[in-house]
Design a protein around this ligand. Structure first.
Ligand code: GLC
Length: 542
């Protein structure tokens, strides 16, 4: 038997979040139950049977908490309250029960870096310089000449410092001015947020996805960020990406906070801590923490950010596998509410190849709602943009609305999402591209996803088995997954042209158990495999 670069493992030794599949729901857009055009918790409950049919193990909800909605729920005014748009705490309890009744898990979004400016903590903090909560946020005097404390910019455009007329100081906000950053160096802030975690964990949720984990601690001296190397830009542009945020993010002390969050998670059995982190691989993996006491899963966004190019992807997978700490569990994300949808980014033809990649790589996969039916970014007319990132920087074409549109359930009015005009428009083709249609079509993306998820569940090799790269060229990537006496070869053509799989040193023979073209299933392959453009194969090796 060949030796994988990671040891084959036995399924029973793994935890649910290692061999399961995570499904992200953007609650505003999943299902509306009360006819206001915005999705809600009862809506989600009514669609749980679908998720069970699809085969996902765990549902992560973007924020459902009290919020003025300046950033659609990522500006929280009460961490322990449910926004009335989504329902009540009773609805939440019912949802959690119904998720558990179906043998699934529920994760919530924890947004600890910042609160809403309407949060009572901030209202107190800004009320006077000597308020006991003053130090809960990042307040600073201007420079002697009255200038801003430093050159840090907001991710959503403009300066990251907001002047407070009443107390004559600036406060820092990495995102909107309505989202002031908490001061995580303050032990009271730490304690308060750990108690928020306990509140939800006590209720029985299985864990958290932690928002902007790498932002939580900033340089104590507030040093200026350097300009992005080589960029020639107008300093008046105030665009976040024109600087390298070496002092405003990813500070060494953040690991103490992550460690603290993990310790709270570990007060409970079998929970998971996931971190949202956009950093290069070598920095990302540090969030597993010393002795793996950091995040269980620092989200790996490479498939979202890399060009769809076979050598680049093959290299990134290997680099990631190589950089993981010994006990660090890998994970892969193909879509989320902040980035263009995969079908729009790589094109319809490659969507199934991308699914095959996501669901056969080693590590926990996260699926973004609607990607399983190939939903694309919806063209939102300029006067309908609601995302602050899109509104603040209209020329950059970076509104996130197109990837947040309502789930396309059926050919009914508003695609079965709502009886009311939805908060974001649907695409013109939702009568054709929807769950109902695809359920009735064995060749659809939906059935492809469902089959893949079930194969992954059935075969330990595909979820927890070892990973070994075989061969990559300008068009193809290929690898073997193995556990016990089961071996699978995955060959993916990331280009539109036909290609030959011709490994140099070994030869492979086996049976196709799933392909992007269903007709391939059951075919025997041996030695050189000829693939069509946009084709991917999952082969059980003999
Ligand atoms: C994260 C969220 C994003 C939000 C931002 C500020 O990146 O995913 O949607 O706007 O944090 O909270």
């Amino acid at each position: 038997m060949e030796q994988g670069i990671t040891q084959p493992s036995v399924k029973s030794q793994h935890l649910w979040w290692q061999n399961g599949v995570i499904y992200q729901i953007y609650p505003r857009s999943f299902q509306d139950s009360n006819g206001d055009g915005v999705g809600d918790l009862q809506g989600i409950i009514s669609r749980l049977d679908y998720l069970q049919w699809l085969g996902v193990d765990c549902v992560w909800l973007s924020p459902i908490f009290s919020s003025p909605m300046a950033d659609f729920g990522y500006d929280i005014s009460d961490y322990q309250g449910i926004h009335p748009l989504f329902g009540t705490m009773e609805d939440f309890d019912e949802l959690l029960g119904e998720v558990h009744n179906r043998g699934m898990k529920l994760l919530l979004d924890l947004v600890p870096n910042h609160t809403s400016d309407q949060h009572p903590w901030f209202l107190e903090s800004r009320s006077s310089k000597d308020n006991p909560k003053r130090d809960w946020y990042i307040w600073h005097d201007g420079k002697a000449d009255g200038g801003l404390p430093n050159n840090w910019l907001s991710v959503f455009g403009g300066h990251a410092w907001e002047w407070d007329e009443v107390t004559q100081q600036y406060y820092y906000h990495a995102f909107l001015k309505e989202q002031p950053d908490l001061n995580w160096r303050n032990p009271q802030v730490q304690e308060a947020m750990m108690n928020v975690m306990r509140f939800w964990l006590d209720k029985g949720i299985e864990g958290f996805r932690v928002d902007v984990m790498w932002h939580m601690v900033k340089d104590e001296q507030l040093r200026d960020n350097p300009p992005f190397p080589g960029s020639t830009f107008d300093p008046n542009d105030l665009i976040y990406d024109h600087y390298t945020p070496v002092y405003s993010t990813d500070q060494p002390e953040v690991h103490e906070i992550v460690h603290m969050m993990r310790a709270v998670t570990d007060e409970y059995d079998d929970r998971v801590l996931i971190g949202e982190i956009y950093l290069p691989i070598h920095k990302l993996v540090t969030y597993y923490g010393q002795d793996n006491k950091g995040a269980h899963l620092p989200f790996n966004f490479q498939l979202l950010t890399l060009p769809w190019d076979a050598p680049a992807i093959a290299m990134a997978i290997d680099e990631y596998e190589g950089a993981l700490p010994a006990e660090g569990w890998p994970n892969w994300v193909l879509g989320n509410h902040d980035k263009p949808r995969i079908s729009s980014r790589v094109g319809r033809e490659q969507a199934k190849v991308a699914a095959l990649l996501l669901l056969t790589l080693r590590g926990t996969p996260t699926i973004y709602y609607g990607d399983e039916i190939g939903m694309r970014d919806v063209a939102i007319p300029m006067n309908e943009i609601v995302d602050p990132q899109g509104l603040n920087m209209p020329d950059l074409n970076i509104s996130r609305d197109p990837a947040r549109t309502p789930m396309q359930w059926s050919g009914e009015i508003n695609a079965g999402f709502s009886t009311h005009k939805p908060w974001l428009r649907l695409p013109f083709n939702s009568g054709r591209v929807n769950v109902e249609k695809q359920k009735g079509d064995m060749y659809s993306k939906l059935h492809f996803y469902r089959k893949l998820i079930s194969l992954r569940k059935e075969h330990a090799a595909l979820n927890v088995g070892s990973y070994r790269p075989i061969y990559a060229d300008q068009q193809l990537i290929s690898y073997v997954r193995e556990s016990g006496n089961e071996r699978f070869l995955i060959v993916l053509n990331l280009s539109h042209r036909p290609a030959y799989f011709k490994p140099r040193q070994e030869s492979y023979s086996g049976t196709v158990i799933l392909g992007t073209e269903i007709e391939r299933i059951g075919m025997q392959v041996e030695d050189i495999i000829t693939l069509g453009g946009d084709e991917g194969l999952l082969i059980r090796l003999s």
